[in-house]
Design a protein around this ligand. Structure first.
Ligand SMILES: Cc1ncc(COP(=O)(O)O)c(C=O)c1O
Length: 462
């Protein structure tokens, strides 16, 4: 590969020398001086065969794409190794919770390093069950991150408690421990840190805060399968950790979730709750099905290897992107020994791209064959679903009208760092792009470099 690229560069240099160009001029004209991604890395067979012009023009303006091949599919499934167990379950006629679910739970507990695991219908209900069985409810405040999926605050509202939002550190995109401390009141009962995108939150600081203020911790690890802080898995730091196995997730089974904990009594309670409550408690029904567990068992065979591949590629991409002005890859909190990389986020600074708006940057990257998006929208911390809960009969019975004053709620739950991150800066690449090779990562770098080089042209065409 390297040899091919060098050969390509030499061919082009030969052509240019004939036209009186030197190597120095070529490098100066064709690349970002000093960012370390030389034009040699951008040489493709197209260039060698002579269409020099087109590859330098952004694809969105009619040039050739940096990448024409696709990306890995998701979810992944190998009929030869994955179907036998699922078919066995189907043919047994036992589709409701039995030994396949138990087998998956035992394996997940072992993999995560927790004493117990209970599966549930999905991650949302894992969170609801975990919160409920820690006796978090009416009158309690639960601090969480505004940069998450709506299921996190819903698990607080579904239990009759009040979500309180602590702003994020945009460099890690995780909840900022300093902001957590500012939000603690006499009503604070728990914190739900979210390891968003599988990039672990600072659990050292969060656990210290919890200890100091006697708070419970439910980790939303729904995107953090096998992520680690100092070799200890995300989801095993707090009183409970919750996971999702929904279709887009890294151990997909269509729908599914899990709670892990070392507290046997608590897990017995959660088990009972997820299975109607057994006449003793007012439970619900949240059971995983046998065929879902069979799919999960097949997915487990590839999870560790895929996680390692994602980490290798993400580390490489982060190191390359750091060299491009205006592109700030996420920072991993220093004690992270492994991330899950459900997404690879970065901060885009349009000032360095001649003012090219983020949405146009994303469109231009997509046109180059590099899928990416702008991530979560701002406003989860003040959106109408919270008012809807506050307006409900239950909330009006549980809280005073002052406590449910929504204008006041909005005023004290502002998260300006999260707003800026979501509205202006966040760009993310999805997990399946990290299952390939370094050369796939080079395509991402090359495409961004091309947009950087042509930012002025792109802005003038808006
Ligand atoms: C951070 C987070 N929490 C909770 C959930 C809920 O999981 P599920 O979709 O399995 O209900 C998700 C799912 O996307 C999530 O990303």
């Amino acid at each position: 590969m390297g040899k091919q690229k060098a050969t390509g560069e030499n061919l082009i240099l030969k052509k240019m020398k004939l036209k009186g160009n030197s190597r120095r001029n070529f490098v100066r004209n064709g690349t970002l001086t000093g960012i370390g991604i030389g034009i040699a890395g951008s040489v493709t067979p197209d260039l060698i065969s002579g269409s020099l012009k087109n590859i330098d023009i952004p694809a969105i303006l009619g040039g050739d794409k940096v990448r024409t091949k696709g990306w890995p599919d998701w979810p992944q499934w190998n009929p030869a190794t994955d179907e036998e167990r699922v078919i066995e379950v189907l043919r047994s006629g036992i589709w409701s919770r039995r030994h396949t679910v138990t087998e998956f739970e035992n394996k997940w507990a072992e993999l995560i390093g927790a004493r117990r695991c209970l599966t549930t219908v999905n991650g949302t209900n894992a969170l609801i069950c975990a919160v409920k069985n820690l006796d978090i409810g009416a009158g309690d405040e639960v601090i969480t991150s505004p940069f998450t999926f709506i299921a996190t605050p819903l698990s607080i509202l579904q239990n009759g408690a009040i979500p309180v939002f602590a702003d994020i550190d945009p460099s890690t995109e995780q909840i900022d421990p300093d902001k957590i401390e500012e939000k603690i009141t006499s009503r604070t009962k728990a914190i739900i840190p979210v390891h968003i995108h599988g990039l672990p939150a600072d659990m050292d600081r969060i656990m210290a805060i919890a200890k100091k203020h006697n708070l419970l911790i439910v980790e939303d690890a729904c995107q953090a399968w096998l992520a680690e802080i100092d070799h200890k898995k995300a989801g095993t730091f707090g009183n409970a950790g919750c996971f999702s196995f929904q279709n887009s997730k890294h151990c997909p089974m269509g729908e599914g979730g899990a709670i892990v904990s070392d507290d046997e009594e608590y897990m017995d309670r959660c088990y009972s709750y997820h299975n109607f409550g057994g006449l003793k408690i007012a439970g619900s029904k949240m059971r995983l099905a046998e065929y879902q567990a069979a799919i999960g068992l097949a997915q487990l065979k590839r999870l560790e290897e895929q996680t390692n591949t994602r980490n290798e590629n993400a580390d490489y991409l982060r190191s390359q992107l750091q060299k491009i002005p205006g592109i700030i890859p996420h920072r991993l909190y220093p004690k992270v020994t492994k991330a899950a990389y459900h997404s690879f986020p970065l901060r885009y600074k349009k000032e360095e791209f001649k003012g090219l708006p983020r949405e146009e940057f994303i469109k231009a990257l997509n046109a180059e064959g590099i899928p990416c998006g702008s991530g979560y929208r701002a406003g989860l911390n003040t959106a109408p679903y919270i008012k809807d809960a506050f307006d409900s009969k239950n909330y009006r019975k549980m809280y005073s009208s002052e406590e449910l004053d929504f204008d006041n709620y909005v005023a004290i739950n502002q998260c300006p760092a999260n707003d800026k991150y979501c509205n202006e800066e966040n760009v993310k690449f999805t997990q399946k792009m990290f299952l390939g090779t370094k050369s796939d990562m080079d395509d991402i770098v090359r495409a961004i470099e091309k947009i950087y080089n042509n930012a002025g042209k792109l802005v003038s065409k808006l």
